[in-house]
Structures are given as structure tokens and as C-alpha cells.
Design a protein. Structure first.
Length: 119
């Protein structure tokens, strides 16, 4: 069983967000923020019916409902790190991301509108 993600230190999150907002492209910052916000989502919406994937950094299963044990889950959401961070910090809405094709979502419950933003 994979280890659960843990939220990052708040000071590190603030510093990484500032560097990203200033146009930084540090993969370390993207990794830290992606994993941090996925961990926060996992804490706030525990469950196993939706898999949220942000390659290459991490994936989590969230939202109560049907649990899957093998293969593709009943609902999958996939996006890139910058889009995930923008969604988590309210710089981008779910509707706008979906309309722009920045989020790929399929299956029942594959809409995180009720769970975003995360800060």
C-alpha cells in the first residue's frame, strides 16, 4: 500500500507559492505544492471513488463512494501541476479549467467544484 501524502510545512508552501507566482519553474516547488495540495484534498474528501492524478508527481484517491481495488477507478481526474496548483489556490475555477481542456475528467463524481479551492 502506498504511503499517504502529508501536507508540507506552511512556511515552505508560502515560499514555494511566492516563487511560482514570480514565474519560477522549479520542479522542486511544483512537486512540493502538488503533493501538499493533494494531501490536503485527501484529508478533506477522504474516500476511494475518484483518483486525482498529477503526473509525474502523485495521485490520490478521494471522495466517498464505490471503492475499487484493481484497474481503473470509476472516476479519474488528470491535470498538470501548474493547473492543479491554480485550482487549489483559487487562481483558476474548475469550470474554466474544464472548458479550457486543462483538466481531463471522466466518470461519476469527477468534478471537484465542491472541494476547491484548498486554501
Amino acid at each position: 500500500m502506498p504511503a499517504r501524502l502529508k501536507p508540507a510545512d506552511p512556511a515552505e508552501v508560502v515560499e514555494a507559492l511566492a516563487r511560482i507566482a514570480a514565474g519560477g519553474d522549479d520542479r522542486g516547488d511544483l512537486r512540493l505544492l502538488t503533493k501538499h495540495f493533494l494531501a490536503v484534498l485527501e484529508e478533506r474528501a477522504p474516500g476511494h471513488s475518484v483518483e486525482v492524478r498529477v503526473p509525474p508527481y502523485a495521485a490520490v484517491q478521494v471522495i466517498p463512494g464505490v471503492r475499487h481495488t484493481r484497474g481503473t477507478p470509476p472516476a479519474v481526474i488528470e491535470t498538470d501541476a501548474r493547473t492543479w496548483i491554480a485550482l487549489a489556490t483559487a487562481d483558476l475555477t474548475w469550470a474554466d479549467a474544464a472548458t479550457a481542456g486543462r483538466v481531463r475528467a471522466s466518470g461519476e463524481r469527477a468534478d471537484l467544484t465542491d472541494h476547491l479551492p484548498l486554501i
